[in-house]
Design a protein around this ligand. Structure first.
Ligand code: FES
Ligand code: FES
Length: 935
């Protein structure tokens, strides 16, 4: 057994004796996943930074990516699969499920194994002991406090968790009630299959060669040495791929699958290889010889706009490297500033933030020459747009491209567009006739990026002495990187969302998105909005101080009201923003703390909200944005929901099932989600712009209503009443005014099937027509509904070190009807912790050559469990008339208030305002020094 370089080792894995041949460099993670098929253990970084690969080795938790397999011959290994070997969840796993500690689930197996090692040696750990034990396990989705509670209460399993019911004036049976996520058991036991976990017969490994230069002409590429390497099956370069450009916005398609003649950032894709294994593919990349003529690069947005700057794209429409221009002017801004009693203006600077989902992007393609068709498994947030782009670029009908979305380990916008992995895996599979899997390394994720644009924001606000806003003038320069990605929309969102939160009678916005020779920026949670909102909330506090007004009072004076058309023609229907302000004021103890805390302690407020789905699709089309099919099983005892929506960790699968169950009068567990497979599930535009709850939910509700429309006449005939007199609930269809009269749902469904064949309901959602005004760009930023929220943050600042500790967040949101309080609060908590990272530590840095200087999870600091603040989250009662059961979004809007609230709390603590993100200890100390110098 074993090749020349291999040696045989013996392991006891989850109680079973295993014998495997390993090569000297094989890690324990490689062996578990590739040789033993135990894919529950995840690969997040391969560098020991994320903890996703944690297993227990001879009783100790280890990061299996750091352990050489050959060095642990004879060891005993416990993996996530062993924890529920008898088919029953361990109480620790049940506790994670019941307490809502799981979102995308990619970190979960590692987190659970680290926790298992802890409780094995200390069955009753304190919160601090949990934090210490799990300090090396990163989660990007949640707020960590549910993980801490799950570990501390592990013995109880699911017991002792009281389901929460959302308060509201409408009575529902399934909607509004906490229930554990439908996908949580699979995720906590390691059986959930993510794209990288898929193994197909004869599958090849694909890898990308990327540019080492920020800007260069590709003079020649010689692949002969690489092609001669045994095990290399195919190599492609720019000349082998389509001449069709792709991207996100049809007006700005500007990317080739592989560089044709020019590379525009360090990481731009140049060639791709398919080989029998990863080592061979990597060796082949080293053997490809590329001759570059290095060109001058621009790495700064302002330098890029300067006269004579090198052009990133030569097209005349991108003169001065300006990729997108927005010039909006609403109301009489000069008059507005004249009417103001106080006017302040200030420059704010944001940071380049990367989504950092725990799951690296992965794509597998399998070309079928007999059908001239391809199947693609992809970790995508947008299966439909991926299918559309593949169709355009490959010039294949969409019917020949089947997209399957397995479980996705987080996206936050970073997986909201087609990648070179998707395209190249298809090309390589077509050439080789074999399936090809391609995965980004953690560093390649940073290079591919599509992270948050760094914005340079000049903001001017005028208010009356009573705090009423009279005018706002806002200019933002967005550093866009080398390609457009979502950037046109980002540039519009950055300015367009400002007037949704407060009444603003006059408003001017100038936006310039600029090409630079850096990785392209795209859509990240809150898309374009968090940084401008940070600026706005900061300047509003500065104005409040100038006119002697309380920060919450000035917000209350200006707060948006329901049924308002904003100055930029956005229609706000439901709006309980003022209720969120009242709520956080009271629950945070604001009045007793604001202005009364000692130096070094502070409290601040920030507010924000977001769209509940974009009013218009990314490309012009007239088809519905969400579509759903409900198929009732033939015995009537259950249903399958088919929808192309993308569950990426946010919990949409669970809430869509809840809404289907509510409308059909069934239990949540009666309905199963069908695979997200374009061959069977109808189009949904995907998970971006916080659209699934409202749009997917409306389609699902309509599909359920369609089923009811088919069943009610059967029941009405039996009962001798009109169908309109009937209602559904408790797995029955009954007379609304006489509930004891009715028929079991299953019986009615069987009767329908016997008489008519399959019982299927279909539904679709199309946003209201003509949303927005009629000026250029008026469609961007429109939405059927908007969310609103307020966050109060409390901080402690160490005046010696400059380190900021987030002590507590008190958050209240208006998200309409809350479908599932458990998943809802999980989303809010995750947003807040992500926001904490964005304000305090996260910043993608570049060296002078344009290379990402911190493209790993060791140097790019996302919050760990040690940073987890206490979070108290509330949903205020609200009902959105355009939402299914009154619901609207929460996943992105809850991120938006965080930045301003922390910045304002830091100001309250130290008396100096920091206007540039991230607010690092160095910046805090510098600000304190400057204040001291001023006296
Ligand atoms: S994969 Fe091992 S720590 Fe990230
Ligand atoms: S649930 Fe932890 S990374 Fe997604």
């Amino acid at each position: 057994m074993g090749g020349p370089m291999e040696r045989v080792i013996h392991l006891t894995v989850n109680g079973d004796e295993r014998t495997v041949a390993v090569r000297p460099n094989d890690t324990l993670l490689d062996v578990l996943r590739s040789k033993l098929g135990l894919t529950g253990t995840k690969r997040g970084c391969d560098l020991g930074d994320c903890g996703s690969c944690t297993v227990i080795l001879d009783g100790e938790p280890v990061k299996s990516c750091l352990v050489l397999a050959a060095a642990v011959d004879g060891a005993k290994v416990e993996t996530i699969e062993g924890l529920s070997a008898d088919g029953q969840m361990h109480p620790l796993q049940a506790s994670f499920v019941a307490r809502g500690a799981i979102q995308c689930g990619y970190c979960t197996p590692g987190m659970v194994m680290a926790a298992k090692a802890l409780i094995d040696r200390n069955p009753d750990p304190s919160a601090d002991e949990v934090k210490e034990a799990l300090g090396g396990n990163l989660c990007r989705c949640g707020g960590y406090q549910r993980i801490i509670a799950s570990v501390q209460h592990w013995r109880e399993g699911a017991a002792g968790v009281e389901p929460e019911t959302q308060e509201g004036d409408r009575e529902y049976q399934v909607v509004g009630k906490s229930c554990p996520r439908s996908d949580a058991p699979a995720k906590v036991t390691g059986s959930a299959v993510f794209t990288e976990d898929i193994v197909l017969p004869e599958m090849l490994c694909g890898r990308l060669l990327t540019s080492p230069h920020a800007h260069a002409r590709v003079v020649s590429i010689d692949t002969s040495k690489a092609a001669a390497l045994p095990g290399v099956k195919a190599i492609i370069t720019g000349k082998d791929v389509s001449d069709v450009l792709y991207g996100v916005s049809p007006a700005r398609y500007d990317e080739y699958v592989l560089a044709k003649d020019r590379v525009r950032f360090v990481g731009d894709e140049v060639a791709a290889v398919a080989a029998v294994d990863e080592a061979t593919a990597s060796r082949a990349l080293e053997l490809i010889e590329v001759e570059y003529e290095v060109l001058p690069a621009v790495l700064d947005a302002f330098e890029a706009m300067a006269d004579g700057a090198p052009l990133v794209h030569d097209h005349p429409r991108f003169a001065s490297n300006i990729n997108t221009r927005v010039d909006h002017d609403f109301g009489d801004i000069d008059k507005g500033f004249e009417e103001a009693d106080a006017v302040l203006e200030q420059r704010f600077v944001g940071n380049f933030v990367y989504q950092s989902p725990m799951e690296p992007h992965c794509s597998i393609a399998q070309w079928d020459h007999s059908k001239g068709a391809v199947t693609v498994w992809s970790s995508t947030q947008v299966p439909h747009y991926l299918q559309k782009q593949l169709s355009r670029v490959l010039e294949l009908p969409m019917a020949k491209i089947r997209i399957i979305r397995p479980y996705v380990g987080g996206g936050f916008g970073g997986k909201a567009e087609a990648t070179a992995l998707d395209f190249c895996s298809v090309y390589l599979s077509k050439i080789t006739g074999r399936p090809v899997k391609m995965v980004y390394t953690r560093e390649e994720m940073f290079l591919h990026s599509r992270g948050r644009h760094k914005q340079y924001m000049d903001l001017k606000i005028g208010v009356t002495k009573d705090g009423k806003i009279t005018a706002v003038d806002f200019t933002s320069i967005l550093d866009g990187g080398a390609y457009t990605s979502f950037g046109v929309i980002t540039a519009y969102y950055a300015g367009f969302m400002i007037p949704t939160l407060y009444h603003i009678p006059s408003y001017r916005y100038v936006g310039r998105r600029v090409y630079t020779n850096k990785p392209p920026c795209g859509a990240m949670r809150g898309h374009g909005v968090p940084q401008p909102r940070f600026a706005f909330e900061s300047l509003l506090d500065m104005l409040a101080e100038q006119i002697g007004m309380d920060p919450i009072d000035i917000r209350m004076v200006n707060a948006m009201d329901p049924n308002t058309r904003t100055v930029n023609d956005l229609d706000v229907l439901s709006c309980e923003f003022k209720a969120t302000l009242d709520d956080v004021r009271e629950r945070s103890g604001w009045d007793g703390k604001r202005g009364r805390l000692p130096l070094g302690k502070g409290i601040g407020i920030g507010c924000g909200g977001f769209v509940s789905g974009a009013g218009y699709p990314i490309y012009r089309s007239s088809f519905p944005h969400s579509n759903a099919i409900l198929r009732i099983l033939e015995d009537g005892e259950g249903a399958t929901l088919l929808i192309g929506a993308a569950e990426i960790g946010q919990g949409c699968e669970t809430i869509l099932l809840q809404m289907a169950a509510e409308a059909l009068g069934l239990d949540f567990t009666d309905i199963t989600m069908g695979d997200c497979d374009s061959a069977i599930a109808p189009i949904d535009l995907g998970s971006y712009s916080s659209r699934v709850t409202l749009m997917g939910g409306n389609a699902v509700k309509m599909a359920a209503d369609d089923v009811n429309r088919k069943l009610y006449p059967i029941v009405a005939r039996e009962l001798g009443c009109e169908p309109e007199a009937l209602a559904s609930g408790g797995r029955r269809i009954y007379v609304r005014e006489a509930p004891h009269l009715g028929m079991e749902f299953a019986q009615a469904a069987c009767r329908y099937f016997s008489a008519n064949g399959p019982l299927v309901g279909t539904g679709y959602y199309q946003p209201p027509p003509n949303l927005g005004g009629d000026f250029k760009g008026a469609t961007v930023g429109t939405s059927p509904a908007f969310s609103f929220g307020s966050s109060v943050c409390e901080v402690e600042v160490d005046l010696e070190t400059g380190k900021v500790k987030i002590v507590r967040f008190t958050d209240a949101h208006d998200s309409g009807t809350v479908i599932n309080p458990l998943t809802y609060h999980g989303q809010v908590e995750g947003s807040i912790v992500m926001g904490v990272g964005e304000v305090l530590t996260e910043d993608v840095l570049f060296d002078e050559g344009g290379r990402v200087a911190n493209g790993n999870l060791h140097d790019y600091l996302i919050p760990s469990i040690a940073d987890a603040p206490e979070i108290v989250s509330t949903a205020v009662p609200s009902y959105e008339p355009r939402g299914p059961f009154g619901a609207k979004e929460v996943g992105e809007g809850s991120m938006v208030p965080v930045l301003g609230s922390i910045a304002n709390a830091i100001y309250d603590a130290i008396g100096v305002r920091i206007t540039e993100l991230p607010i690092t200890p160095e910046r805090v100390l510098e600000a304190l020094r400057a204040r001291r110098a001023k006296g």
